[in-house]
Design a binder for this molecule. Structure first.
Ligand code: BG6
Length: 501
């Protein structure tokens, strides 16, 4: 290509035949190929325990491409090129023999490209395999950190990166033994979403908002990340994770950092990273004595959702009948710094809720003097700015207007911006952007070691607080609701309400 100057590359996907590989990674690579953003010579090398050969893997690749809705001839030819350059190693992740086969296949792939290709290892396996894979890559000489910077292999590590502060620190140490920090890409796919990236653009490309983005004008901030789906076939994983680890520690803390951090001096990875770390350092830790006041856990029961009967969490596959794993979390937190002192941030996330939506809302303070208290409408509601991350990506500003007519009546209306209406296009998938950035060596959208550890420090304290409480009484919310009643109480007791998406 190479309009972006990416050198010939081989991406080795550990766990390539799993759900993430088939649903996200392979389709994202095809989209990049169609957009001519992959190097002319690009190889995909799957490494997994399934007993299949290159040809069978090529069929899997083809099937994954089919889900992207290949329609025109250039799509088809891109797909064929990628399929032909796909290889597979069938091995367990802890067998040196497998890594020897991997070396052989890599040589074969390089030969096809006519040169040594850059290597990217993608760890899309269950997290328990991350340590063994990095060790084996080192043991087989594939993980060298000694080469010239541009030739160093890169490693992409899926979430969850650890399960508490200790395990995240240990994993960081281990990966850093074999790879340079600059070559480690800890992925959080929320950061690849256009609308998540837009939070920074919105804040710092519009002069009018930053002066009011602080405790003087903002009453409180809400973040809602809700899903209507249950945990599906991921019972085993979810039983170990729970929603705090699955959604809050990574995606939501990243959203929080973007909406609350101080302005970075540039868009450079290091500048943004430092501001995020500063923000995480300013979070007021939730002490054990406060955990009941500031957090609410929930677990979904069974019932009917969208006219279909759905299982309770405890009835899902691979879930204990007495499970106390949380599928819902509401939390109130504070950022102890000059800008946000005493401004509450209310956060809620959960499975099997009313609808799928991710949005951040900034609730501005009441007008200082209410001129309308004697009118039919009474005092106006607070202005709210809603950043809609998904599914109806866009923004909306709620403001008060006079209803036409002779009465002094106030109504709250929305000033809307919609990506779809303005650009008329589907937004690219997050993985597309993140895979490309990794190939380009740009780590801006990948959480740094320290940010990961800081976020775990905050979360681990909550986990420890929960451990000391009696077992929660689960299930405590029905499918299609907005979570347990206590989540409403959390915000109501402060005289506020959740914004219904
Ligand atoms: C994943 C979580 O990281 O994000 C899932 O493990 C969750 O539990 C998913 O469903 C949500 O991602 P998205 O992009 O659909 O909002």
């Amino acid at each position: 290509m190479d309009n972006l100057n990416i050198l010939p590359t081989t991406m080795i996907i550990f766990g390539a035949t799993g759900d993430l590989g088939k649903r996200k990674l392979l389709p994202a690579l095809l989209r990049l190929k169609e957009l001519k953003l992959l190097p002319e010579c690009f190889n995909i090398l799957g490494f997994a325990t399934r007993k299949i050969d290159d040809n069978k893997f090529r069929e899997i690749v083809k099937e994954a491409f089919r889900t992207t809705g290949i329609t025109n001839s250039s799509d088809v030819s891109s797909a064929i090129r990628l399929e032909e350059n796909s290889y597979f190693v069938s091995s367990s992740f802890d067998e040196m023999e497998g890594y020897k086969k991997l070396s052989e296949k890599l040589k074969e792939a390089d030969k096809k490209c006519g040169q040594v290709t850059n290597k990217i290892f993608y760890l899309a396996t269950p997290p328990s395999f991350f340590p063994v894979i990095t060790d084996m890559l080192d043991g087989s000489g594939l993980a060298s950190k000694e080469k010239g910077a541009s030739e160093n292999p890169k490693i992409i590590i899926e979430k969850p990166f650890g399960r508490d502060l200790d395990s995240a620190t240990t994993l960081n140490k281990l990966v850093l033994k074999h790879f340079n920090e600059d070559d480690i890409y800890r992925i959080d796919h929320y950061l690849g979403k256009e609308t998540v990236q837009n939070i920074l653009f919105f804040r710092f490309a519009n002069g009018i908002y930053e002066p009011i983005w602080n405790r003087r004008y903002v009453d409180h901030i809400q973040i809602t990340v809700s899903e209507d789906i249950g945990i599906g076939s991921r019972g085993k994983y979810f039983e170990e994770a729970g929603i705090l680890r699955d959604m809050f520690q990574n995606h939501i803390m990243q959203l929080l950092s973007l909406v609350a951090m101080e302005p970075p001096i540039s868009l450079e990875a290091a500048a943004i990273r430092n501001k995020k770390i500063e923000l995480f350092n300013s979070l007021r830790p939730i002490e054990k004595s406060e955990v009941t006041n500031l957090t609410v856990r929930g677990q979904y029961g069974g019932g009917v959702l969208n006219k279909e009967k759905v299982n309770s969490y405890r009835e899902e596959e691979n879930v204990s009948k007495e499970s106390s794993t949380e599928t819902f979390l509401a939390l109130k937190l504070f950022v102890d710094n000059w800008r946000w002192s005493e401004v509450p941030f209310y956060i809620r996330t959960g499975k099997r809720l009313k609808k799928r939506t991710t949005e951040l809302s900034i609730h501005f303070k009441d007008v200082p003097h209410c001129l309308f208290k004697d009118t039919e409408s009474g005092c106006p509601k607070r202005n709210v700015l809603v950043l809609k991350i998904q599914p109806d990506e866009g923004m909306s500003f709620k403001l008060n207007i006079k209803v036409p007519g002779s009465q002094d009546k106030i109504d709250m209306v929305d000033m809307d911006f919609s990506y779809k209406e303005t650009y008329g296009m589907e937004l690219p998938d997050a993985y597309q952007r993140l895979l490309l950035d990794c190939m380009l060596g740009d780590s801006t959208l990948f959480p740094h070691k320290e940010a990961i550890e800081k976020s775990w420090e905050y979360v681990t304290r909550i986990l420890e607080g929960w451990q000391e409480l009696p077992e929660p009484k689960f299930p405590n919310y029905g499918p299609g609701s907005w979570g347990p009643e206590k989540a409403d109480d959390l915000i109501k007791k402060d005289g506020r309400l959740w914004l219904t998406p």
